[in-house]
Write a protein that binds this ligand. Structure first.
Ligand SMILES: Cc1cc2nc3c(=O)[nH]c(=O)nc-3n(C[C@H](O)[C@H](O)[C@H](O)COP(=O)(O)OP(=O)(O)OC[C@H]3O[C@@H](n4cnc5c(N)ncnc54)[C@H](O)[C@@H]3O)c2cc1C
Length: 337
C-alpha cells in the first residue's frame, strides 16, 4: 500500500476548500483494509473519505486519510417476497448506481438519484430525499473492524439508522470501515411510487408515473434547485431540519403562518431549516468567498477560493441569526473538521 505525504484534499471533497492530509492512502480491495491496520501508526487519527460530499475541512488533517475506492456490484438471491437484492462495494458511486438499477427494471431508489457520494457514505449518513431514506432499502452492512481486524455483517437494527444518523457516527462506529452494503428493493410488482413530496407530485402531474418518470422528475427538480459542486463547491444541505415539540411549532406558526412544517407524530414537528434561514434574511448572504445559495438557503457554497474557516464563519452567523429570530438552534448536517 503506497502512502503519500502532504496531499491536498481539495480535489477529494465537493466543497473544494484547501486543506492537506499529513498522509494519504487509497483503499481498492478488502486486502487493503488489512494493510491499512499495518500502515496506520499507533493513535494516528484516521479519516475515511468516500466522495467527500459531506465534509468541510477548516484546517489540515494531521493524520491518515484513506480514500475509499472499493467497488463492485453483485446480484444476490431474491428475498422471500421476491424483493430484488444486491450487494454494492462501499466505494461505488451512489447516483450512477441508482440510475443503473432504475433503468434495468429494479425500482425503489429513484427518489435518491443525483445525491452525490459513495455507497458507504449513503449508509453512514442514511441519506434521504423526496420522502425516502436509504435505510428503507438497506438490508445489511458489512464492516471491517480496524481494532480486531475482522469483517462483520450488521443487520439494519444494529445500524441504528435515524434522521441523517447511524451507528457509524457513534464512537464505536468510528473504528469501522464500511466495506459493502446489501440492498433489498421491493419486488417490481409491489413497487409503489413515493411522490407525496412537495414539488414532486406537481412535476409528475399529467404524466404516467413510472420508476423512470420519477427518476427524471427528481433529477430535474434537483438540477433546478441545487448548485453543481463542479461550479460552486458545496455539500448539499448544510443544516439539518430541526425537529421541535408540536407546541413550539404551533406557537411559531401563529407568528409565521408561512413556516414550512411537517408533523412527525409523537407530538413532534420537523421544520424546514431553509425556510428559517430565508426568513432570517440570509438567503444569498455573502461572507468573503462563501455564500448562502440564493435558490436554496439550506445550502452554503464556495464561490471560488473560499477557505473552510470562511464557510464555518458563515455557518455560525446563520445559526446565530436563526436562533435570535426563532429561538431554534440549527445543527450542521455536514461534518466540520
Ligand atoms: C449537491 C449535493 C446535494 C446533496 N443532497 C443530499 C440529499 O438530498 N440528501 C442527503 O441525505 N444528502 C445530500 N448530500 C450530502 C451527501 O451527498 C451525502 O451525505 C453522501 O452520502 C456522503 O457520501 P460521501 O461518500 O461523499 O461521504 P464523505 O463526505 O466522504 O464522508 C462522510 C462521512 O462518512 C464517513 N465515511 C464515508 N465512507 C465511509 C466508509 N466506507 N466507512 C466508514 N465511514 C465512511 C466519512 O469518514 C465521514 O465521516 C448532498 C451533497 C451535495 C454536494
Amino acid at each position: 500500500m503506497r502512502v503519500e505525504h502532504q496531499i491536498s484534499l481539495s480535489p477529494f471533497t465537493t466543497f473544494g476548500v484547501e486543506a492537506r492530509a499529513k498522509r494519504l492512502v487509497r483503499l481498492e480491495s478488502r486486502e487493503d483494509l488489512e494493510a491499512l491496520r499495518t500502515v496506520r501508526e499507533k493513535d494516528e487519527p484516521l479519516l475515511i473519505i468516500g466522495a467527500g460530499s459531506n465534509i468541510l475541512f477548516t484546517k489540515d488533517f494531521d493524520g491518515l486519510v484513506a480514500l475509499n475506492r472499493i467497488t463492485g456490484v453483485e446480484e444476490l438471491p431474491r428475498g422471500d417476497a421476491g424483493e430484488y437484492r444486491f450487494r454494492a462495494g462501499s466505494g461505488e458511486n451512489w447516483s450512477p448506481l441508482v440510475s443503473r438499477m432504475t433503468e434495468s427494471g429494479h425500482p425503489g431508489l429513484e427518489n435518491l438519484v443525483l445525491i452525490p457520494g459513495s455507497v458507504g457514505g449513503a449508509a453512514v449518513q442514511n441519506i434521504g430525499a423526496y420522502g425516502i431514506e436509504a435505510a428503507e432499502r438497506i438490508d445489511a452492512v458489512e464492516i471491517f473492524d480496524l481494532e480486531s481486524g475482522e469483517f462483520r455483517t450488521l443487520s439494519t437494527e444494529e445500524c441504528d439508522f435515524g434522521y441523517r444518523s447511524s451507528v457509524f457516527k457513534s464512537e464505536e462506529g468510528k473504528n469501522w470501515v464500511i466495506v459493502s452494503v446489501t440492498f433489498r428493493l421491493p419486488n417490481e410488482k409491489d413497487w409503489t411510487p413515493v411522490t407525496g413530496y412537495k414539488g414532486l407530485s406537481a412535476a409528475l402531474e399529467g404524466k404516467e408515473v413510472t420508476p423512470r418518470s420519477v427518476l427524471v422528475a427528481v433529477e430535474a427538480l434537483r438540477r433546478s434547485k441545487l448548485p453543481d459542486p463542479k461550479e460552486f463547491g458545496n455539500a448539499g444541505s448544510f443544516f439539518k431540519n430541526p425537529v421541535v415539540p408540536e407546541l413550539q411549532a404551533r406557537a411559531l406558526l401563529e407568528d409565521y403562518p408561512q413556516l414550512v412544517a411537517y408533523p412527525l407524530g409523537g407530538r413532534r414537528t420537523k421544520l424546514a431549516a431553509g425556510w428559517l434561514i430565508d426568513a432570517a434574511g440570509f438567503r444569498g448572504r455573502v461572507l468573503g468567498n462563501a455564500a448562502v445559495w440564493d435558490r436554496q438557503a439550506l445550502v452554503l457554497v464556495n464561490r471560488g477560493g473560499a477557505t473552510g474557516k470562511e464557510v464555518k464563519a458563515l455557518c455560525d452567523e446563520v445559526i446565530h441569526a436563526v436562533n435570535a429570530k426563532f429561538g431554534i438552534e440549527l445543527t450542521p448536517e455536514v461534518e466540520i473538521l
